[in-house]
Ligand binder design. Structure first.
Ligand SMILES: C[S@@+](CC[C@H](N)C(=O)[O-])C[C@H]1O[C@@H](n2cnc3c(N)ncnc32)[C@H](O)[C@@H]1O
Length: 476
């Protein structure tokens, strides 16, 4: 599906005039209808747009996917029908794609989300921008780069986020239809010059290197590759593993690779060792975060529902087959999260694998460099280096003391980050005392000596500070 750039420009101008923007749609629908839409319930949004004023007509046509009478749709209809974006249905028109404003100020074109009762999802379905797309976009570093790669571009949404900070963008996908729709997204968003390549994994960029590689890959782990947007046909979690393994050969010195991934939790194996093993093989500094984990049944239900298969005759059979397949591989759960590699060039790379389930400050990409710096600093400073370093307590760290009412001493002292990754940790008296005095003025050695004098303890070790530096409570 292709559309002339002039038609896309006129369509975009129409959207701007009419207020078919993120704010315009939100305001027109109101919180209740917008909330219901997020749950895939259309009725409140249909009620909110029943007047069929120009904005309501655009929302119905492109976002809700329902037919709109040709009289109400004030658009270049015959041109849109000719290039396949609209189809005629009696004296109405209906969109053949989902076309929504996006948070960057651009537009995303994809296939419409299937809902229960719709015909089965086509194999080359192009998934729309959603929570996972936004999740990756929030994670990606904000540093400007010369060359960026979006591997598995789909509807092209990551390019919308990269466009203002990458000199040259290569976008790849195995799915030709995805590349067609992505080009519509970019055309409507005023983005030119994206280098589009079709092919699997890193094949289309065989000998090339990038400063930034981003990927929201087809990470779903299932017995069959039925839907291209989510399953690549590799064994178990091997697609993500392979992406991580191959990425360093496509990174320029100092470059980053950032992706979303799923990984298996297998009986008798620590998932952190499994994931840490993937990253350790790369020779890059690495940071992997599990944001969520599901048991096999929850996972299968999520992805069967994602393809609107609940209630279909095949539902139980597919559910059973998928669970049996997990069982045969001793799978106890499936993790979801973020992977970041940094080709720092060090001979002593560090890998941190952790679980973070709390709400974090967004966008993470704005302070990614600090996170990676904390991890590597903590790893590389020897105890002697630490003793000679003047540490700062990081901005936004608060102390909480919990204890029995009336008791002289607290039972727990907690340091809480109110910014960034918003971690909390329980600390001892020494670390709490350091939190009160580390303002970058004095090295750690005299501070520890003074605290030791007060507590009656000699030769306090700086070692307990190392995890607090890695987690960003203190910095150098
Ligand atoms: C989950 S979608 C991501 C779309 C978009 N980048 C986003 O952030 O929302 C994954 C994309 O990977 C593509 N894909 C599937 N198998 C692939 C492969 N072997 N190599 C490259 N891309 C692949 C799919 O066609 C799909 O467009």
């Amino acid at each position: 599906m292709k559309a002339p750039s002039d038609l896309l420009r006129r369509l975009r101008a129409r959207f701007d005039e009419t207020g078919y923007t993120i704010d315009g749609v939100r305001e027109r629908l109101g919180d209740v209808a917008a909330g219901a839409l997020a749950r895939e319930e259309l009725v409140p949004a249909l009620r909110a747009t029943k007047d069929l004023d120009p904005l309501a007509a655009l929302i119905r046509l492109w976002w809700l996917g329902v037919p709109v009478s040709t009289a109400a749709a004030d658009l270049p209809l015959s041109e849109l029908v000719q290039c396949g974006l609209l189809v005629k249905v009696g004296d109405a028109v209906q969109a053949s794609v989902h076309l929504q404003p996006w948070e960057t100020g651009g537009y995303v074109v994809s296939d419409r989300k299937v809902r229960p009762g719709d015909p089965a999802v086509r194999r080359d379905h192009v998934v729309g921008a959603g929570g996972a797309s936004a999740n990756l976009a929030q994670l990606v570093t904000r540093q400007p780069v010369e060359r960026a790669l979006d591997l598995g571009t789909g509807c092209g949404v990551q390019v919308l986020h990269l466009a203002d900070r990458a000199g040259h963008i290569v976008a790849t996908d195995v799915n030709r239809r995805a590349l067609d729709l992505a080009q519509l997204s970019w055309g409507l968003s005023g983005i030119e010059g994206v280098d589009v390549r079709r092919g699997s994994m890193f094949d289309p960029v065989e000998d090339e290197r990038f400063d930034l590689i981003v990927s929201n890959p087809p990470f779903v782990i299932s017995p069959h590759a039925r839907l291209t947007y989510r399953e690549a046909g590799y064994q178990a979690d091997d697609f993500c593993r392979e992406l991580v393994r191959l990425a360093p050969t496509h990174l320029n010195p100092g470059g980053h690779c950032q992706l979303l991934a799923n990984w298996l939790h297998v009986k008798g194996e620590d998932w952190q060792d499994r994931l840490g093993g993937w990253l350790a093989e790369t020779g890059c500094d690495g940071w992997a975060v599990q944001r969520d984990a599901q048991d096999p049944a929850e996972y299968v239900e999520l992805w069967l529902k994602d393809a609107a298969e609940q209630g279909t005759p095949a539902y139980r059979e597919r559910y059973d087959e998928w669970l049996a397949w997990f069982e045969a591989q001793n799978v106890t759960g499936i993790g979801f999260g973020w992977i970041t590699l940094h080709a720092s060039g060090t001979l002593d790379p560090v890998v941190r694998v952790e679980e973070l389930s709390q709400q974090v400050e967004l966008p993470v990409g704005a302070y990614l460099a600090d996170i990676l710096d904390s991890i590597t600093t903590a790893h590389r400073l020897t105890d002697d280096d630490l003793l000679a370093t003047a540490l700062h307590l990081s901005k936004g760290v608060l102390e909480e003391r919990i204890g029995l009412p009336g008791a002289e001493d607290p039972t727990h002292i907690i340091l809480r980050q109110t910014r960034g990754l918003r971690r909390t940790t329980t600390v001892g008296t020494v670390e709490a005392a350091l939190a009160g005095v580390c303002d970058g003025q004095l090295p750690l050695a005299p501070l520890l000596a003074a605290i030791g004098d007060i507590l009656g303890e000699q030769h306090l070790s700086p070692t307990p500070l190392r995890p607090l530096i890695a987690e960003g409570y203190f910095h150098t």
